[in-house]
Design a protein around this ligand. Structure first.
Ligand code: 1YM
Length: 639
């Protein structure tokens, strides 16, 4: 076989490879939804991050253009341009047109420092209308263009540059034949790039949106995950000023851990493997936990903070109010579990355990005040946990004896099929009264709550369980909470939070959502939770009535109806101002109302955790900003 036919034969194989990506894109990027779209950017950015981890790049620029194409540029060595000995084309062309082995979804994720460089580039190329790469290397500037994965121009030198000016730049336009949407969301990219910057200390990442001039951010953290923990604790009150940091390499596994406690009762620990989040933890997390528990118990015994007669502190006690990041870099990560989000390598457990045990012991010896703060909190947690267990056992026994005794304030519906049923959680007794009159008795239940409900973010478990409003909700829903939670026992398939359309109402909704998210997150994850949308205005003219649900709608309505002295406009200050008939027709009637469904997209759970922290924590300013900017986890759903 001549060398030229060999070349074309291998070319055909290459094209078949990328056709497979276009035929089954989901296999390579997870989905063709907005999420898959954003993955394209991460794949290219990850190649720059690899270059940074290899020590050759400290700056990445990401630009969203007005046609929805995106440019990623780094100041690394520049992708290699020499002729690939087997393929007979420049290496960069192989990188963009050859589907690498193991290119299944997730495959690209392993590559960081794993020597699998550039796996995702060809997938991005295959799923783009066009892609252009520009390389500055050895004083020369090169360019090549592809369309839907196919080479359309040879790699060409287009100019020269200074020898010390080097790097790679990729611009691509996602294919609207493939993706449900090709509209990039700035905030989605921002969150991910910020996370990437936290996990790669020293790396500067700049993001810019030319669709919206002036919209840009730069992320650069010399402190890496230490600063990540500081960021996550923003809005909380720290127990001690510094962030505890451990770092080391064992068995070729690089381990980094950063820890800081705050005075809340929640644990926020996030683990990463090769910069990829592992929501289900795994061996690295297990190693961290066992080291933490052992080191603190040993210290407590040695320093007589725990008496010989007292029980060991549990891991939960020590992790109460703890914010931590565990980040490891490992050559051949094995992911397990249904969603492949759990690390399986057993050597990661011992590596993390060893690094944390060794350095944490040393840290606590050097910083006895920090040790004391953490242990005092953990001992309180141990006591509260015992008290909460008692209280919970008591309520469990009660429900077993008395059957499900529903709260007295609940006006239940008569239909017993949960699929048909909805429950309105209503702010205040007077609005509750109107709602009870207005409702359709068969399918709509009403539970009025008195005033603001307890902020579970700032209360310990025993206090939460003794709160009357919270107890009423738990029994009304029927599912139980935490480990007792059973979705099949849910008594209503719509849980509708109905509050005034003002700042106080928004605050109460947020308290409600905080409670639901912390105690029964599955209700939100599975889409059972809604926010009612009461109108802001009533407009009356010539005995006819209109309702407006936003300022814009009000302006529009006024233009349609005509502005003259005969309108009587009423601005609703609260639900209580509407009579039951008005409440029914504007907010409760399934035929006419607007509901918003509360959604969590699992990639942003960490953001949501952070959101609740900011919202419900001690500091006032971030909370006000957030409430004013409106809840991000709420999506429109018209019914
Ligand atoms: C905007 C995207 O891909 N940067 C990038 C990629 C590579 C290199 C440098 C690089 C790596 C190596 C040597 C090496 C890639 N190299 C490869 C392959 N930015 C972006 N920057 N020289 C340059 O790892 O030895 C794939 S990507 F395959 F050649 F190693």
């Amino acid at each position: 076989m001549s060398s030229s036919s060999e070349y074309s034969a291998s070319q055909i194989q290459v094209l078949e490879g990328l056709e497979a990506v276009r035929k089954r894109p989901g296999m390579y990027i997870g989905s063709t939804s907005s999420r898959g779209l954003h993955h394209l950017v991460y794949e290219i950015v990850d190649n720059s991050v690899d270059e940074s981890l290899a020590g050759f790049c400290d700056h990445i620029d990401v630009t969203i253009h007005s046609d929805n194409s995106v440019t990623v540029r780094d100041n690394g060595r520049g992708m290699p341009v020499d002729i690939h000995p087997k393929m007979g084309v420049p290496a960069v062309e192989v990188i963009f047109t050859q589907l690498h082995a193991g290119g299944k979804f997730g495959g690209g994720a392993y590559k960081v420092s794993g020597g699998l460089h550039g796996v995702g580039a060809s997938v991005v190329n295959a799923l783009s209308v066009w892609l252009e790469v520009e390389i500055r290397r050895d004083g020369k500037v090169y360019r090549q263009r592809y369309e839907r994965g196919k080479t359309v121009t040879k790699l060409q030198q287009i100019g020269t540059c200074r020898k010390n000016d080097h790097g790679s730049q990729v611009t691509f336009l996602p294919d609207d034949e493939i993706f449900d949407t090709t509209n990039f969301d700035y905030d989605t990219l921002k969150t991910r790039l910020r996370e990437t910057a936290f996990l790669t200390k020293g790396l500067k990442i700049h993001l810019e949106d030319t669709r919206d001039p002036g919209h840009e951010d730069e992320f650069h953290y010399e402190g890496g995950i230490k600063e990540f923990v500081t960021y996550l604790n923003k809005g909380k009150t720290e127990l001690y000023p510094q962030v505890i940091y451990c770092e080391g390499t064992r068995n070729n596994i690089y381990v980094e851990v950063a820890i800081q406690h705050n005075d809340s009762y929640n644990e926020s620990v996030y683990s990463f493997v090769n910069n990829i989040i592992t929501p289900e933890g795994g061996t690295h997390m297990a190693g961290f936990r066992s080291a933490l528990t052992k080191v603190f118990n040993d210290y407590a015994r040695k320093n007589k903070l725990l008496k010989d007669s007292e029980e060991n502190l549990s891991g939960d006690d020590i992790r109460e109010g703890m914010t931590a990041i565990i980040s490891i870099k490992i050559e051949d990560p094995q992911f397990e579990g249904q969603t492949k989000q759990k690390l399986g390598n057993s050597e990661a457990r011992s590596a993390v355990d060893s690094v944390v045990s060794e350095q944490l012991v040393y840290y606590l010896e050097q910083n006895p005040n920090v040790a004391k703060q953490i242990l005092e909190k953990a001992i309180l947690a141990q006591r509260a946990r015992a008290a909460a267990r008692k209280a919970r056992d008591l309520t469990r026994r009660k429900t077993a004896l008395e059957g499900m005794s529903l709260p007295g304030k609940l006006a239940d519906c008569s239909d017993k099929n949960p699929e048909n049923c909805e429950i309105f959680i209503v702010e205040g007794d007077s609005a509750g009264g109107s709602a009870k009159t207005a409702r359709s008795r068969a399918t709509q239940a009403i539970l009025p709550l008195r005033g603001k409900i307890l902020n579970v973010e700032k209360a310990r478990a025993d206090k939460v369980f003794s709160n009357a409003e919270i107890k009423a909700m738990i029994t009304a829903f029927g599912t139980g909470i935490h480990e007792d939670f059973d979705i099949t026992k849910l008594r209503y398939h719509k849980i509708i939070i109905m509050t005034d359309a003002d700042v106080d109402g928004a605050h109460i909704s947020t308290l409600m959502l905080t409670f639901l998210y912390r105690f029964m997150p599955e209700l939100i994850r599975q889409g059972y939770v809604y926010l009612a949308q009461p109108p802001l205005y009533k407009i009356e003219k010539n005995k006819k009535i209109w309702y407006a649900y936003s300022e814009e709608e009000m302006t529009q309505l006024m233009n349609e109806i005509g502005r003259d002295g005969n309108n009587k406009i009423q601005r609703y200050k609260g639900l209580g101002e509407m009579d039951s008939e008005q409440l029914w027709e504007t907010t409760m009637d399934p035929e006419r109302r607007i509901l918003k469904r509360v959604v969590i997209d699992d990639e942003s759970e960490q953001e949501i955790d952070l959101t609740f922290t900011i919202l419900m924590g001690d500091k006032v300013e971030p909370r006000r900003e957030f409430i004013e900017a409106n809840a991000k986890f709420v999506q429109n759903l018209d019914i």
